[in-house]
Write a protein that binds this ligand. Structure first.
Ligand code: TYM
Length: 331
């Protein structure tokens, strides 16, 4: 059976980008693979969140995982910091990661540009920690959105380098995965190409948004005054509305608005109304489960505890074997 590993940072509630880029694949994969899905709390420390907020976000991501359909009896669900073996493998992999390649990483360069006052070492070695998450269970596949592709390539590089330096075939070379042919990027409501909480809250629709909030957000989405010529190329913000519709609406609905656009008859107000209702139809069952789970701390704690135990079984085996290969074992 293949091993699947992936994680999401607890920076807030999960949005449609997280769902269609990652979570939807997690849910499908849990029936056919040995799955580990975690909450990447160490990774979110690079931006120095307040302790109390981080703690709330960790709980919220676990709630979103469960409400969206992850089943703790099928998948191992855990919090990254509950698995100290990850930190040990991170340390060991850091010896194989070169400064030049870490500095060239696009996500690092972006963070440096956006937050020049907080260029910490954790940010630089972020891809090494991500590789440790993946290799700690010796994963075959990693379901992620398109933005994680470079991190996945780096994880593969570190695995390959380990195998090469220590003359072993111990680590498999993990690949980024999506059930469709291509990795996905869900755009924002603000005209940006990626729905992202850290870039702009207003660009996001959360799985935990109430229907009325979704209606308000979608009606405020960026659009324009409409096409002036038939079959005109779509500006980014309009392309975004169509891409969102492609994710949540039926192909008939999408086709209808495509035709309206191509014949210059489109009314964006109507399109947004339809888009909002289709998003709501899709999120409502998840939203209702989220409300239910919020008051069930005992259950949530038991899920995280059981997940940590199961993850520990797999991770301790990897660390033991890696130590042996490297030669750092007690005498
Ligand atoms: P994060 O927390 O930013 O995002 C979690 C997952 O959601 C996907 N995603 C999107 N997919 C499509 N469209 C979007 N607009 C969109 N926004 C987010 C991401 O691609 C990701 O799959 N470094 C990772 C977390 C991580 C991880 C790992 C992932 C830590 N360790 C090990 C896989 C394996 C991150 O910051 O994702």
């Amino acid at each position: 059976m293949e091993t699947v590993v992936s994680g999401i940072r607890p920076t807030g509630f999960l949005h449609l980008g997280n769902y269609f880029g990652a979570l939807r694949n997690f849910i499908k994969m849990q029936d056919e693979a040995n799955c580990f899905f975690f909450i990447a709390d160490y990774h979110s420390l690079t931006t120095h969140p307040k302790g109390s907020e981080l703690n709330t976000h960790i709980k919220n991501v676990l709630i979103d995982y469960l409400a969206a359909g992850l089943d703790p009896d099928k998948s191992t669900l855990y919090v990254q910091s509950d698995l100290p073996e990850t930190a040990e493998l991170y340390l060991l992999l850091n010896m194989l990661a070169y400064l030049g390649e870490l500095e060239r990483c696009v996500s690092f360069k972006e963070k440096v540009r956006k937050h020049p006052d907080n260029v910490n070492a954790g940010l630089l070695t972020y891809p090494v920690l991500q590789a440790a998450d993946i290799l700690i269970h010796n994963a075959d596949k990693v379901p992620v959105g398109k933005d994680q592709l470079q991190h996945l390539e780096m994880a593969r590089d570190f695995a390959q380098r380990f195998n090469h330096i220590y003359e072993t075939e111990y680590f498999k070379l993990p690949v980024a995965y999506n059930f469709g042919n291509e990795l996905i990027k869900i755009p924002g409501l603000d005209g940006s190409t990626k729905m992202s909480k850290s870039d702009n809250e207003a660009s996001c629709v959360y799985l935990s948004d109430a229907p009325e909030t979704i209606r308000k957000k979608v009606m405020k989405a960026v659009s324009d005054s409409g096409p002036t010529e038939p079959h005109q190329e779509k500006p980014q913000a309009i392309e975004n509305l169509f891409q969102l519709m492609q994710a949540v609406s039926t192909s008939e609905t999408l086709q209808f608005f495509e035709e309206q656009y191509n014949t210059c008859q489109i009314r964006y107000g109507d399109m947004k109304k339809q888009l909002a209702e289709d998003i709501i139809a899709f999120t409502t069952p998840i939203y209702e489960k989220i409300l239910e789970l919020r008051s069930n701390d005992t259950y949530l704690r038991s899920v995280a505890q059981k997940g940590a135990e199961k993850a520990h079984e797999s991770a301790s085996k990897t660390v033991r074997q890696v130590r042996e290969i490297i030669g750092v074992r007690s005498i």
